[in-house]
Write a protein that binds this ligand. Sequence first.
Ligand code: RFL
Ligand code: PHB
Length: 393
Amino acid sequence: MKSVRTDVAIIGAGPAGLLLGHLLHQAGIDTVVLERRSREYVEQRLRAGVIEHGIANFLEESGVAKRLRAEGLVHHGIEFRLEGRSHRIALSDLYEGKAITVYGQSELVKDLIATRLAYDAPLFFETEVERLEGLTSQECTVHANGTGVPIVVTADYVIGSDGGHGVAVRSVPEGTFNRAERVYPFSWLGILAEAPPVSDELIYCRHDRGFALYSMRSPTLSRLYLGVSPDESLENWNDERIWRELTLRLATDEMPDLPQGPITERSLTAMRSVVVSPMRYGRLFLAGDAAHIVPPTGAKGMNLALADVRVLAPALIAKFLNSDETRLDAYSATCLERVWRAEEFSTFMTQMLHPHPSDEFENGVQRARARQVVSVESATRTLARNYVNLSSL
Ligand code: RFL
Ligand code: PHB
């Protein structure tokens, strides 16, 4: 058995856990990060792509945005494609010149892992946390299993940045956390394709056949999504069917075909909203997806996770350096206000852009809402502000 003593034990090497570990290390606070997957796995895991204006600045202030600034694609607009017609939303013109950056979450995770390993701070891969103890006493204990070797970490605080369905939320007495949840009747089939992006900007498409999203990772890699029924299975979707369906939904008179290429990744993601509150129990603090899930239509999940860290890191630093707990006490309420704003925006985007196969009333309302967003300036401006910078408002 291996025993480790640290100031803050962090469960999960996702964007939230890694960035928190980095900021605490910079302040001279010891951390141990425990991650159940391998380094290769977390560095390859394909997920988010859109980083808000204020969150990109926060990453830069944290000293981890060198590659993001060099390689990230800065986008000043997005397109809404409604029933085969294009409508550009000029994000920067509508919102104080601010823009989003398209940079894969996997790239940010690689940057954060490289940073942590460069200063030799403890980061245990293939180490699954199984149990937490002492969360309301002076010292917490984290029991983990590192491929057969039990690891016990004692710490002043534990951070549950272990994603949706994580062990942290399950480790507290029943009834401690409230859980507000909504399941949407859609999933996203996501692909990565070796094909040049068809457009310089993301395309959010509402078509009577279903939702589609055209995104990208680089000038040679496209990332595309199709809204599908939640009971779909990947076996039903060969390359030909995926491209055919994407083309049917995304085609316009000006762009009748999509550039196609080999599909190198494909996955299905169920869409749901979850908010766990409060985001604290004793010496356990929740951050990122462990506390809140949003449907990906608003591109908010990773931004919210990093925004939690922007509140939690200075709060922990104030406690360790100045014995000041006021910011830790305010952490949950501060974050939850932003989280609910993001839930509202994400559910608004989801419900506007995913047609229902058999609810004509809902579809009529959706079409009217989408038309309003592209034609009424106050509505377009609100969308631009939320899309570009909601997590920093
Ligand atoms: P993560 O990234 O899930 O990291 C949690 C880590 O904890 C580990 N873990 C454990 N480790 C040890 N012991 C245990 N018992 C453990 N249990 C879990 C896991 O292996 C994992 O490494 O959570 P974090 O850091 O909170 O980050 C959240 C983001 O990953 C998530 O919100 C985004 O990916 C959501 N998301 C998007 N967010 C955006 O801001 N913009 C986007 O454009 C965007 N697009 C997306 C998305 C998520 C998607 N999927 C696949 C759900 C698109 C998709 C398709
Ligand atoms: C992505 O590039 O993966 C992406 C972009 C926008 C979203 C969701 C995912 O809303």
